[in-house]
Every structure is written in C-alpha cells, then in structure tokens.
Design a protein around this ligand. Structure first.
Ligand code: ADP
Ligand code: ZN
Ligand code: ZN
Length: 747
C-alpha cells in the first residue's frame, strides 16, 4: 500500500506539518504534485505532496485517501521543494506559505484554466477530398470549407482561422465531420505576451577585451556548474553582452538560465536583446502580465519549452530544470527583497538554488551593494571587473553645481546657470537630454510663509505634494487628494508657498526656456496604463521628444545613444532620509543616472546640482568613484554598527488608535527584554533594543509603532530574530504586526 505526505494549503501554524494520506489504487503520485485531500471536517483542501512512503504508523482507520490530483505533473520541482523548506526555516514562515511562491497564485483554488482552441483535423485522403469538393455543387459552402482545409499545408486548421476566412461555417463543418472527412478537436492554446514586442536582427558584436576577459573566468564556471561571481562593471561597459554569451553557453550545454532584473517595465531593452537573440527560447515573467498570460508562461517554462527566463524578483522561483546559471543584474536594487511574508532576498535564494542545483551565480552592478562588495572582499564572491566603457568611450564629465552660490547670485530658478548652458548646448547640437528629479508632482510640499504650517495628509504623517496638472494636493502614500488651500488653515495668512521641486515643475521650466523643444515626462503619474512605460521610452528613442524628465524610473538600464546630457536637479533630497542606507542609495542613484549620458559616439556631460557639494556620497558620485565611496561608507558603518556588520530587525505595529499600537509594541518590548535576560549568550551581541513610534507615525490612517533590534550579524543571533517573528505571529485584537529583517524601508 502506498502513502504520501501532504502539506495542506492552510497558512496556519497549527497545521504547519505533514499529514499522511493513502494513495488510492491506480493513482499516480510523486513529490511536488498538487492534490485535493479531505482535512478535518473540510471535504476538499488543496495540498502539495512532499514525500511518498511505503508504510504508515497510524492505525488504518485513521488514514484517509487522497481525493484527486490537480495536475498530472509535479507543480513543484524537487529543487524548488527543497528551496521552500529552506525558506520556511530562514524566514520563519509556514511551509504552506513558502510553497505558494512556487506556482502562480491563480492556480490555487483552480481560478485559472488552460485555454483551448478548436482545430479541424482532416481525416480523409486528399485526393478523395478533392473529388468531393468537385461533386459538392449543391452544397457550395461545404465545398468551400473542404477546399480551404485541403489548401492548408498542415492537417490541422484552427476553427477560428476558417471562420475568419469564410465567415460562419459551423454547419457545413459539422456536416463534413458527420461524413467522416474531418474531426474537431480541442488543442491547448498558450496566451502570448509578446504581441507588441519588437524584434531586432540578432547580430553578435565582436566582444571587447574586457568582455573576453570576464567571460574567460565565467564560462568555465558555467561549464562546471559552480562558482559565484560579482561583476562590477561601470555604466556602459557592456554587461548585457556578457550575460547573453554566458546564457548561450549554458544553453549549448543543455542547461537553462535565469536572468533577474529589478523591474521588467524599466528594462525593456534587456528583454528585447534577449528576445532577439533567443527568440521563443526566452520567457519573460512580467509583473504586468495578465493572470492568464502569467500562468501560460509558467507552464511553458515548466514544460521545458524555454532555455532562459527573464523576470523580476519572483522569477527566481521559475520552474526550470537543469539550471546552469543565475544572473542578477543591478544587484544593488532594493526590489530584490520581499518585505512581506514569506520574507526573502532573491540574491540569497539565488545562491541557495545555485549551490543546490549545481549552477553558477553572477551578480552584476555598476554600483554593487555594500554587502556584495564586502563578500567579494572576503572571497565569498569572485570579483570580475569591467572598469571601462565599450570602445573606450569616456565616462561622462560631471560638473558639480553648488546651489548655495546660485542663491547668493540671485538665481531662484530650478536650473543653475551651468545646467542651462549645458542643456542649451546639447539641444543646439541636436542631441537629447535627460533631467532627473526624485519626486513626482509639481512641488514636494506646501507651506505657510507666515507661520510655517505645512499641509500634511489627514491619513498619513507626510506632507502633501502639489500636482499642477489637476491642481490638487495629493498624498504619495495613500493617494488621497485635497484642494489647494487659498489661505493658511492655521493662521489665515494668504502667503501660501510651494517648496521643493517635482517632475511637473521641471517639465514646465523646460517648456518655458525652450518653447519649441518637445518634452516627455516619465513618472508614476504618466505610466499608469499597461504599456505606458514602453510607449514613452519608444517615443523618446524615436527622437520625437528631445528632453526626458523623470524620476528613479529613468535611472535603470536605459541605453539611448543620442543622450549626451544629464541634469540632476536636486542631488541631496535622498540624503536626508532617516535611513542608514541613504548615502548608499544616493551614490547608487547619482552614478546610475549619470551613466545614462554619452553611451554612444558622442561624449556625455552631467550637471549635478546640490546644496551639499562636500558630502562624501555626492563627491564620490561626481567622480564615479565606487571604491572611494565604498571605503568611506564601510568605515562609517563599522563605526556606527550598521549592516553588514549588524542585523537590523523590527516589529512593526499598526492600529487604528495610537494607544493600541503603542501598548502592543511596549508589550513586545518587554517580551524581548525577558528573552534576552534568559539568554545571556545572546545578550552580549545586542547593540540596541528600542521601542518608539515609527519615523512615519501614520500611514493610511493607521498609527505605527515599532520595536527595533540592532544585533551583531552572527549565525547564533538568528535565534533572536526567530523570537521576534514568533511574537509577530501571535494574533492581537486591535493591532496588526509584521516582523522585518534589514527591511528595504525603515520609515
Ligand atoms: P551596461 O549594462 O554595462 O551599462 P550595456 O550592456 O547596456 O552596458 O552596453 C552599453 C552599450 O554598448 C550598448 O549600446 C551595447 O549595445 C553596446 N555594446 C556592448 N558590447 C558591445 C561590443 N562588444 N561591441 C559593440 N558594442 C557593444
Ligand atoms: Zn500660517
Ligand atoms: Zn495619505
């Protein structure tokens, strides 16, 4: 008799263990398959088989049968099953939650079906068919249909194609079937997301010496199926071509590859390059795919139809077999961290998956994360470098503009004199320019000149942003809108002023200075619809617009040959955020934005406007000197005991009433203190344990409190993190709680 062990799809801790079921006679099962089982008083619950067994210690009467199988193949591959178990251990979630990462959400609860289409299969000999066509004068439509079927080269013709050609033809078709000339069958149809995507002719460029050198270290590792690398290559050094060659070698060896990018919509060129070189062998897991498309791409991958998968964070769980290489581009991006349960870092998952499945790992960036560069320093990653741009194109020249001097000279405009001169020169020469602003909207806050009152959102503890297009104030946390006050709600003064600069303001200024120059704006407001990103980028590429104004979105991976000038309107805005990574993020962003200039024949020029030109992050970014920044930043982190030297964990409490959030956080604080009292061996690693209101005290009407723990990053200290997630899972009445470790935002 056969038994199987099942994890039921219920994310509750009490059922976070395997349950044994009997496999009915004739049912074919293996680990990773999804099944329906009876559970408690519920007749049908979905579950995943995690193991098979020949025997079972339970008395026969207590073991129930598996009801049925959902798919006739394992939805969760063995490697991904092992990965789920590891995620459960490390992120303190249930196995059911970890397993949910492994297949599209729509497959649960059978919310999605395979799409099918009808085809007509010709079942008669073609000569006999032709005779029939000739003899069907009294049934002209029937003859037409048969003739069309005979014309087709394949023996199968989609019914839809026939209908498009001949109009409605169901009846004659059915008649032909009755006569035994044809048969209608259902065929699986895969929804394709590639309709609009352009295909380039895939010509291989000759590799540069740097690319050759990097590949000579990388390819042997791909062949051997081991090794972990960090590729530090400046912007425009040609990292994509390295990826393509490595993936191709992988495919030649009969293995598959995963390429992660921070966000697909922002890296259309990467996708295009891969699609043009690998065609149907490449699948794209896009966050904007419809559920049907997503499911079909997943199945195409699962069936082994593709060689390489390109996608954002969750594509790390792509159901590929024989993975030989995993690439993570722009590895410094925060988007690789999933903050909600199950919490994971795609870079860490990639490492596990590579070690487990015998694959090589390649992290790449022009501005590697502190953590990865430190790992390279210790030898945990092999450092590969591409310090020069393709064809020895120079890195752009960066001019730091001290905005305090502009003010002193009486220039209150958004643009400094230097930036304006540079922009004029660029446009006169017929090139394109990018202007970067880190906030959307018109101004970043609205404030009273007389009393200093600032308009904040009633639901969030943040200032409202003015949007000139709709003439409203909008909250960027919750989306709430309100009319612009004419007088100060506090003191009645009419001197309301707009401070800070957003994308709309910059766009307006460009139009003012250059009325004849077409401008495009790219931010969350202009990219709400499905293909808006791609369309905006295509319009800019075509030269229809000469200036692109945008937020963070334009900093990543874009390669526009005609862009020779980049203006950074306010370099300091990010530096002031209360987050230990604000310097790192500022450096990364400035370097990446600057890297968009001068990528083709014409050299590039960058104007970086700042009120704080001596700041080390800004100074290093202006020289695009990653190493200098890294050394300084590591020294500061060591001194202030921040990651990667320590772990930062927090319990985040949110409640309708501030008292409830506070009370819950304080109770958790006492539990943590008691925990450390009992564990003296951990206590010595604790650097700080605090309870306080979050930096942003309210979001969407919920008050927020937190308990933060700063502890030395030692394996043994995971126990403290475990305790925190245990506390987070205890249900509370009027309060929600989550546990985060090194979260992407500490706000
Ligand atoms: P990175 O990702 O390192 O910033 P890209 O991969 O976008 O750089 O490459 C920068 C530019 O150089 C692209 O336009 C690319 O087509 C071009 N390029 C890359 N490798 C070569 C090569 N070997 N020969 C000619 N052009 C190349
Ligand atoms: Zn006032
Ligand atoms: Zn709000």
């Amino acid at each position: 008799m056969a038994f199987c062990q099942v994890i039921v799809d219920i994310a509750h801790e009490d059922v976070d263990r395997v349950f044994t079921y009997r496999v009915p006679e004739g049912m074919k099962l293996c680990p990773g398959m999804r099944v329906h089982v009876p559970f408690g008083r519920v007749r049908r619950v979905e579950g995943v088989v995690v193991a098979m067994a020949d025997a079972c210690d339970l008395p026969p009467g207590r073991v129930r049968d598996v009801t049925d199988v959902l798919e006739d193949y394992p939805a969760v591959l063995p490697g991904l099953l092992r990965l789920a178990m590891r995620i459960k251990e490390s992120s303190f979630c249930t196995l059911a939650q970890a397993l949910r990462l492994m297949f599209p959400a729509q497959m649960r609860g059978e919310r999605i079906r395979n799409k099918t289409r009808e085809v007509v299969v010709l079942t008669c000999d073609r000569t006999i068919g032709a005779q029939l066509v000739a003899s069907q004068a009294r049934a002209p439509k029937r003859a037409q249909v048969l003739a069309a079927l005979l014309e087709s080269e394949s023996d199968e013709t989609p019914v839809e194609a026939l209908r498009q050609k001949l109009g409605e033809c169901r009846q004659p078709l059915m008649a032909l079937c009755k006569m035994g000339f044809a048969r209608i069958e259902e065929r699986e149809a895969l929804r394709s997301p590639y309709g609009a995507m352009e295909r380039l002719a895939g010509q291989d460029p000759t590799l540069t010496a740097q690319q050759e050198q990097v590949l000579s270290a990388l390819l042997p590792a791909v062949e051997a199926g081991k090794g972990a690398f960090l590729l530090y290559g400046v912007t425009g050094s040609g990292k994509t071509e390295v990826f393509i060659r490595a993936v191709r070698r992988c495919a030649q060896l009969g293995r598959t590859a995963i390429v992660l990018v921070p966000e697909i919509a922002l890296t259309p060129q990467m996708v295009m390059w891969f699609r043009s070189r690998f065609g149907e062998d490449a699948a794209v897991l896009h966050s904007r795919l419809s559920p049907g498309e997503r499911y079909d791409e997943w199945r195409r991958i699962r069936r082994g139809d593709v060689r390489v998968v390109i996608g954002a964070r969750s594509a790390i769980f792509a159901p590929l077999e024989h993975v030989g290489l995993i690439i993570i581009d722009e590895e410094h991006e925060q988007s690789y961290i999933a903050d909600s349960t199950p919490r994971y870092d795609a870079r860490e998952i990639a490492r596990w998956r590579c070690e487990d499945e015998g694959a090589a790992l390649l992290l790449a960036s022009a501005t590697p994360s502190m953590r990865s560069f430190a790992m390279a320093g210790r030898g945990d990653l092999t450092l590969l470098e591409m310090p020069r741009r393709v064809a020895n194109r120079p890195l752009p020249q960066v001019h730091v503009v001290d905005m305090r001097e502009e003010l002193r000279a009486g220039n209150r405009s958004v643009f400094s004199g230097a930036l304006l001169t540079g922009l004029t020169r660029c446009l006169d020469e017929g090139h394109q320019a990018i202007l970067f602003v880190n906030r959307r909207g018109y101004s970043t806050f609205v404030s009273c000149r007389s009393c200093g009152y600032t308009v904040t959102c009633s639901q969030c503890d943040v200032s409202m942003t003015y949007h000139s297009a709709e003439n409203v104030l909008r909250c960027h946390y919750c989306g709430q809108e309100m009319p612009v006050p004419r007088t100060c709600p506090e003191c009645g003064s009419p001197y309301i002023k707009y401070f800070g600069v957003g994308t709309q303001r910059v766009e307006e200024e460009v139009r003012k200075f250059f009325p004849d120059v077409p401008v495009l704006r790219m931010d969350n407001d202009t990219t709400r619809t499905k293909d808006a990103h791609a369309q905006l980028l295509a319009r800019f590429r075509s030269g229809e617009a000469r200036v692109l104004v945008g937020t963070q979105m334009i900093a990543k991976g874009l390669d526009f040959p005609e862009v020779t000038m980049v203006g950074i309107i306010a370099a300091d805005a990010m530096l002031k955020l209360p987050d230990y990574r604000s310097a790192e993020r500022t450096f990364q962003l400035l370097t990446q934005v600057a890297g968009r200039a001068g990528r083709a024949e014409h050299p590039g020029e960058v104007f970086l406007q700042t009120y704080d030109p001596e700041n080390y992050a800004i100074e290093a970014a202006s020289r695009q000197d990653y190493r200098a920044f890294y050394e300084e930043e590591m020294m500061r982190r060591r001194r202030a005991l921040y990651p990667p030297y320590t772990l930062l964990a927090r319990l985040l409490y949110e409640a309708d009433r501030a008292e409830d959030a506070q009370a819950a956080a304080e109770a958790a604080m006492r539990q943590m203190e008691a925990f450390f009292e009992r564990r003296t061996y951990l206590k010595k690693y604790v650097i700080a344990l605090r309870v306080m209101a979050c930096p942003v005290k309210m979001i969407r009407g919920k008050s927020r409190w937190q308990v933060t723990l700063k502890i030395v990053d030692q394996p043994i200290c995971q126990e403290a993190v475990g305790k925190m997630s245990e506390i987070a899972r205890t249900p509370l009445e009027r309060c929600a709680c989550i546990c985060q470790v090194n979260p992407s935002s500490m706000m």
